[in-house]
Ligand binder design. Structure first.
Ligand code: AMP
Length: 303
């Protein structure tokens, strides 16, 4: 079983109150793909420039990520830079250089279009929709988004929501998108816009999962040392999608998503332990299983 993932592949510069690093492997699709690769095969759709280091491509390859859908074109890779405040929850974007992204048209190579699970990781909603136009009857479509698209592409995002099964966004984005202070009202309002499920991420406080009639509040794994929160949401989404692709057959229901949210949270908890994808590079399967077991016991999950 494979999962189709489209999103950004980037070179990031990240500053926390303690450390600062530049030209790191980043991007929503990078985090999501590597995270999903611990559960299932991954077909990645994205774009990089000719400056993108071969070592990063080799790393994706070593994780079994299929790169036929990753376009390598003349020019510079998308670059993003951000700075975290002392609480490591608040972040300011310092700069964005679209570079090769400016003229990106996602194209699905042969075999990708039949994916059962599709993860539209964070990129412009019009590009996410373009991927869906090429996919043939996917079983379950998950979309991620961010404040930028709510601000500049709300119409595209609203159209996309009618075509996806699940939306993932963070708490401030849910409030911004719906104009509701209450996350419960915000979740319900988004369900009314199309998706059957919504996950509202709350950073170090976990995440809320909604369907029209059901609700699950998932805590976060209690981590003592967080080094870089970048990509936590993408790692969460990738783990969730990979889990659904490999371990859920047939129609995805609320109980499946409840479990998927817990696996996604476990993956995100590893990712924030180091900058960029460094922790995922050293991660091994038994560590994931062990943390899932520990998290389940701690939080008294019945999943
Ligand atoms: P997160 O911490 O989950 O918000 O994801 C951070 C990642 O998103 C970074 O690695 C960035 O390269 C990537 N990113 C930031 N802005 C954008 C954007 N406008 N479009 C796509 N990806 C972005």
């Amino acid at each position: 079983m494979s999962v189709l993932i489209v999103g950004s592949v980037a070179l990031d510069s990240v500053k926390t109150p303690i450390e600062e690093h530049s030209d790191l492997l980043g991007g929503s699709a990078s985090y999501a793909s590597v995270s999903a690769s611990f559960f299932s095969r991954v077909n990645l759709v994205g774009i990089v420039g000719t400056d993108f280091p071969q070592a990063h491509l080799d790393y994706f390859g070593s994780r079994g990520v299929d790169l036929r859908g990753l376009q390598v074109v003349e020019g510079k890779t998308f670059r993003w830079s951000g700075e975290y405040m002392w609480d490591l929850n608040t972040r300011e974007t310092r700069s964005v250089e679209l570079n090769v992204f400016e003229h990106f048209t996602p194209l699905l190579p042969e075999g990708y279009e039949t994916a059962r699970i599709v993860l539209l990781a964070n990129i412009a909603p019009s590009l996410q929709a373009h991927v869906l136009d090429q996919a043939k009857a996917p079983g379950f479509v998950i979309a991620d988004t961010m404040d930028l698209w709510i601000n500049i592409a709300r119409g595209d995002l609203e159209s996309l929501l009618k075509r996806v099964d699940m939306l993932i966004l963070n708490d401030s984005e849910a409030r911004q998108f719906t104009g509701e202070t209450s996350l419960i009202k915000a979740g319900k309002k988004i369900i009314g816009m199309g998706p059957r499920f919504v996950a509202v991420k709350k950073g170090e406080h976990g995440c809320l999962l909604f369907s029209e009639t059901e609700f699950f509040s998932c805590p976060a794994y209690p981590l003592e040392d967080i080094h870089d929160p970048t990509g936590a949401g993408d790692t969460f989404a990738g783990g969730l999608a990979g889990y659904l692709a490999s371990r859920v057959e047939g129609e995805v229901g609320f109980a499946d998503l409840r479990r998927a949210v817990v696996w996604g949270s476990v993956m995100a908890s590893f990712n924030v332990e180091a900058f960029s994808l460094e922790r995922l590079r050293t991660l091994v399967q038994p560590e994931i299983e062990a943390r899932f077991g520990e998290f389940r016991a701690l939080a008294n999950f019945d999943c």
